[in-house]
Design a protein around this ligand. Structure first.
Ligand code: BES
Ligand code: MN
Ligand code: ZN
Length: 496
């Protein structure tokens, strides 16, 4: 998709579809008023009938309006003016995106980014608009015997403004589009079945990113390479699987040579059966999504590279399956991690932390500004926060606050849970430095406590995206979260 910005006169704009915002008030706002004048009051009469619902994101399609050059006009409700906020704006843009994704036309003009949300700058408006419109057009290419013949959805969107858009506005649109493109990669990797999206496939995808962007250097370690590094904990998860593991290292150097990098670490379990501590069968297909943390790192790298952002970034992805087999790790086995700390594996289904801990130790060598890991780590996180909010835990409150605030402006929220020392006691083992599980109470916190034992040398935050990385049920599919949070976090660090 292409997204551009320009100044325009709404009633005179020739386009297959003009999208304008309407407030659910006596005064519907400047755009609706202009069209009302141009149509000799026709628009006002339509609105007076109440055909457009009040809630933000409701819409009404009008065709062939007299006095208007556009073939169609989509009226989108912005809700009540005094309640207008981030959420109403997002609802309006998402609804617009869904509509345009099924429209039989190849371009449209959207005037919604010109409507000011309190406390948000112009770049936020265009970034959010471009992201939501482009993301709504995402489609997973389902392999079917017969290809779908009809193609729908616009390929070009113009964000229209009353006045000439500033450079910031135009840059924001490019950022939103790059973000949506990154999310698209993340979503597709998540949605691909585990017989396609293997650890090898993730490694190949990273290499492709390196080929597409000179600024991205990629190194992929195979099993022998991982052994050489000394990642005994990671390898104990991989040993039950026929699919060989990969350890993927991405480096993006857009910043000054001496600036410390932000390091992103993504859980890349391409299928999690639970191993010998086998999961129940129901819904197990969704464990193909257990590599969504890894996919979010790749998607973020793609977006950052596409924009040549001035920042240094490292991505680390331990990728493996978690399978039961005759040579799989057994409950009670003791392994030695890269850090030297030993682990008694009491449950082979708590495998995410076993692969992450070695990647987190590996992160030390980059002398990071901070490390953020992203993982579909615990079912307990879904119990705590449901499917709306990602879990956030950190050994540095300033970093946690930065991520939490970014999540709000990105529309991709995370909420901090405590990492108090008391919880560490739940990881005591009689046979090693620690156990890999902490019992049922506070499962998300004890998982993070485990990781905290490997992140003492730098500022670190952990995002548990078990509840947010994908949707179940009729809308089953990857969401692309938390790429909006990660991307905006990096954007802020790159430009401030
Ligand atoms: N990948 C799962 C976590 C998960 C479960 C994410 C369901 C999304 C939906 C993880 O590897 C896991 O199995 N965690 C266990 C940990 C337990 C054994 C301490 C869990 O959450 O049950
Ligand atoms: Mn598991
Ligand atoms: Zn898992």
């Amino acid at each position: 998709m292409e997204v551009s910005t320009k100044a325009l006169v709404p009633e005179k704009q020739k386009t297959a579809c003009l999208v304008v915002g309407v407030f659910a008030d006596k005064d519907p706002g400047p755009q609706a008023n202009r069209l009302n004048d141009a149509t000799d009051g026709q628009l006002g009469r339509i609105l007076a009938r109440g055909d457009l619902e009040a809630r933000a994101g409701a819409s009404l399609l009008l065709s062939g309006l007299n006095g208007v050059a556009a073939e169609r006009v989509l009226l989108v409700s912005m809700g009540k003016g005094e309640e207008f906020n981030d959420k109403a704006y997002r609802n309006a843009l998402s609804a617009t995106g869904r509509f345009l994704a099924s429209l039989k036309a190849d371009e449209a003009v959207v005037a919604l980014a010109d409507i000011a949300v309190p406390n948000r700058d112009l770049a936020w408006h265009t970034r959010t608009a471009a992201q939501l419109i482009a993301d709504a057009a995402y489609k997973y290419d389902v392999p079917r015997a017969k290809k779908e013949e009809e193609t729908r959805g616009v390929a070009r969107v113009v964000l229209g403004f009353a006045l000439k858009p500033t450079a910031d506005a135009t840059r924001g649109a490019a950022q939103g589009l790059a973000l949506a493109n990154g999310m698209s990669l993340t979503r597709t990797l998540g949605n691909l079945p585990a017989n396609v999206c293997t650890p090898t496939y993730l490694g190949e995808t990273a290499k492709k990113l390196g080929k597409a962007h000179k600024s991205v250097k990629v190194e992929v370690f195979d099993k022998a390479g991982i052994e050489k590094i000394g990642m005994g904990s990671f390898l104990s998860v991989a040993q039950g699987s026929v699919q060989p593991p990969r350890f993927i290292v991405l480096k993006y150097n857009g910043g000054k040579a001496k600036t410390k990098p932000v390091v992103l670490v993504g859980k890349g379990v391409t299928f999690d059966t639970g191993g010998i501590s086998l999961k129940p069968g129901e819904g197990m297909d969704e464990m193909k999504y257990d590599m969504c943390g890894a996919a979010s790192v790749l998607g973020t790298f793609q977006a950052v590279a596409e924009l040549d952002l001035p920042i240094n970034l490292v991505g680390l992805i331990p990728a493996t399956e978690n399978m039961p087999s005759g040579i799989a790790t057994k409950p009670g086995d003791v392994v030695t991690s890269l850090s030297g700390q030993t682990i008694e594996i009491l449950n082979t289904d708590a495998e995410g932390r076993l692969i992450l801990c070695d990647a987190l130790t590996y992160a030390e060598r980059f002398d990071p500004a901070c490390v953020v890991d992203i993982a579909t780590l615990t079912g307990a996180c879904i119990i705590a926060l449901g499917h709306h909010t990602s879990g956030l835990l950190a050994n540095d409150d300033e970093l946690a606050r930065e991520l939490q605030d970014t999540g709000v402006s990105a529309g991709d929220r995370a909420w901090q849970l405590p990492l108090f020392d008391e919880y560490q006691e739940q990881l005591k083992s009689n046979f090693a430095d620690m156990a890999n599980i902490g019992g049922r109470p506070a499962g998300t916190i004890t998982a993070a406590c485990f990781l905290a034992r490997y992140t003492k040398k730098y500022k670190w935050a952990h995002l548990d995206v078990a509840g947010t990385a994908w949707k179940s049920g009729a809308e089953k599919g990857a969401t692309g979260r938390p790429v909006p949070l990660l991307f905006n976090f990096i954007l802020q660090r790159a430009t401030h």
